[in-house]
Design a protein around this ligand. Structure first.
Ligand SMILES: CC(=O)N[C@H]1[C@@H](OP(=O)(O)OP(=O)(O)OC[C@H]2O[C@@H](n3ccc(=O)[nH]c3=O)[C@H](O)[C@@H]2O)O[C@H](CO)[C@@H](O)[C@@H]1O
Ligand SMILES: C=C(OP(=O)(O)O)C(=O)O
Length: 435
């Protein structure tokens, strides 16, 4: 288990370029299984979850070549399906959430798939019903081995159909789209998730020869094709990293320019941080955040306390609520943070309270932050990173604090933020990795 020793209180300054999007990378990497031709992907982040998925593909027989600092080519002309039965596969697949999206492509191309219960953040119950009900609607048979926690699916000629998803699951929608792309006939998916990750996946599949309409909406029409061909794809900048850098700049009074942020793909993210009083300037495709001593949280029009809540896209992403929460600590004013989707994602606030933050955890889904307006700084403490986004929130708190902090279990942060210590140190932070 690695830790960070963070010396707080330093102002950062400079430019930072976001990595390629983690959650998009996980979908796009799984999609390489859909064709026997070569797929080249650019802007692949060097993070734990992505690296594990690339390893899984290679172990399965996919030819994997690193062709540039952030570019890989993949060729899945030979796939060893017997590897799916191995202990090694099942163990590795269970360490990340994204591995579940191997199932859709496996089913589409080989008529079968198998996966152990996927991992990912322990942030509450994370059911997979949408995925399997969707596969079943396409005609696949599904069996869950409760004892070994293994999901098996089988379905040699999938048939297109109409389906109304019970919930707009992000990875579930991606899985169903990939399975339906090669099913016989037409599939309609209503209440589909439409995050930029999904839009990117659909655009890539269309370049491969798929026929998907409605991209960007929650109503997708997919005309199945017999086969898909190779393509080239560039990942979007990671919008969750971008939001994290905005929060970091505000909390540490830093002047930061986020380069090439693809601002038009960020949805409500810039607006939500602006509502906390943070000044953002959009300069071309960059976001400039000036050093700000004070930032004041808006109220609603009727003067009542602002609520920031998550919602499915184009609502505000749940993955940035922990960052909003930590950013509000040094704001002026009060905000209610309402995490509707996950039930165990806010418990990390006890560490922030230990550091001196004024937060009331109302219940597992809601926390009220009463901003300190820099009347006093947080104080450094020792803490453990429970999940990826809480981990980065603790890092932001530690960077703003007086004194030094130790953050344990930074593997959680490494799941989703590449070289975060080195990149922030280049802006003037003092983070030491202790192995
Ligand atoms: C690898 C990956 O891409 N992970 C992301 C993906 O996870 P993932 O795809 O696993 O998350 P889902 O979209 O399936 O669901 C997230 C949570 O929201 C609930 N839910 C979802 C939709 C809905 O209409 N109603 C509802 O209550 C689900 O029950 C679940 O608790 O999407 C989540 C939601 O944006 C993000 O937090 C994760 O970072
Ligand atoms: C919850 C997240 O990731 P995962 O779905 O991989 O656990 C996240 O990226 O914030």
């Amino acid at each position: 288990m690695s830790s960070f020793r963070v010396t707080g209180g330093l102002k950062l300054k400079g430019e930072i370029t976001p990595q390629g999007a983690k959650n998009e990378a996980l979908q796009i990497l799984c999609a390489v299984l859909l064709t026997s031709e070569t797929v080249t992907i650019h802007k692949i982040p060097n993070i734990r979850d992505v690296n594990k998925l690339i390893e899984l593909l290679a172990d399965m027989g996919v030819q994997t070549d690193k062709i540039g600092p952030e570019s890989f080519s993949f060729n899945a002309s030979k796939v060893d399906l017997s590897y799916l039965d191995s202990e090694k596969f099942l163990k590795k697949a269970s360490t990340l959430r994204g591995s579940v999206m191997l199932l859709g492509p496996l089913l589409a191309r080989f008529g079968q798939g198998k996966i152990s219960k996927p991992g990912g953040d322990k942030i509450g119950r994370r059911r997979l019903d949408t995925h399997f009900v969707g596969f079943q609607k396409l005609g696949a048979k599904f069996h869950y081995d409760h004892q070994q926690e293994i999901y098996n699916i089988d379905g040699h000629q999938l048939k297109g159909t109409y389906m109304l998803l019970e919930e707009a699951s992000v990875t579930g929608t991606a899985n169903i789209i990939m399975a339906a792309s090669m099913a016989q006939g037409k599939t309609t998916i209503y209440n589909a998730a439409c995050e930029p990750y999904i839009q990117q996946l659909c655009e890539m599949l269309n370049r491969m020869g798929a026929k998907i309409n409605g991209v960007g909406s929650n109503l997708l029409h997919i005309e199945g094709v017999k086969e898909l061909k190779g393509t080239e794809h560039t990942l979007l900048p990671d919008m969750i990293e971008i939001g994290s850098f905005i929060g970091l700049a505000a909390m540490t009074q830093s002047e930061i320019t986020i380069k090439n942020a693809k601002v038009d793909r960020l949805g409500l993210i810039p607006e939500t941080f602006k509502r906390l009083g943070i000044k953002l300037e959009i300069r071309g495709d960059d976001i400039f955040i000036p050093s700000q001593k004070h930032y004041e949280i808006e109220t609603f029009i009727d003067g009542s306390i602002l609520t920031v809540a998550d919602a499915i896209w184009p609502g505000f992403t749940p993955d940035l609520l922990s960052i909003v929460l930590v950013t509000a600590i040094q704001a002026k004013g009060t905000v209610l943070v309402h995490q509707k989707m996950f039930e165990s994602r806010l418990f990390f606030v006890d560490k922030l309270i230990d550091m001196g933050a004024q937060i009331i955890l109302c219940d597992p889904h809601r926390a009220t932050v009463i901003g300190l307006d820099r009347k006093y700084p947080l104080k450094g403490i020792r803490m453990t990173s429970p999940d990826i986004r809480a981990g980065v929130s603790l890092l932001i708190a530690a960077l703003s604090a007086k004194g030094s902090s130790i953050i344990d279990n930074v593997e959680q942060i490494d799941r989703g933020y590449q070289y975060i210590d080195q990149r922030l140190n280049a802006l003037g932070a003092d983070i030491v990795r202790l192995d």
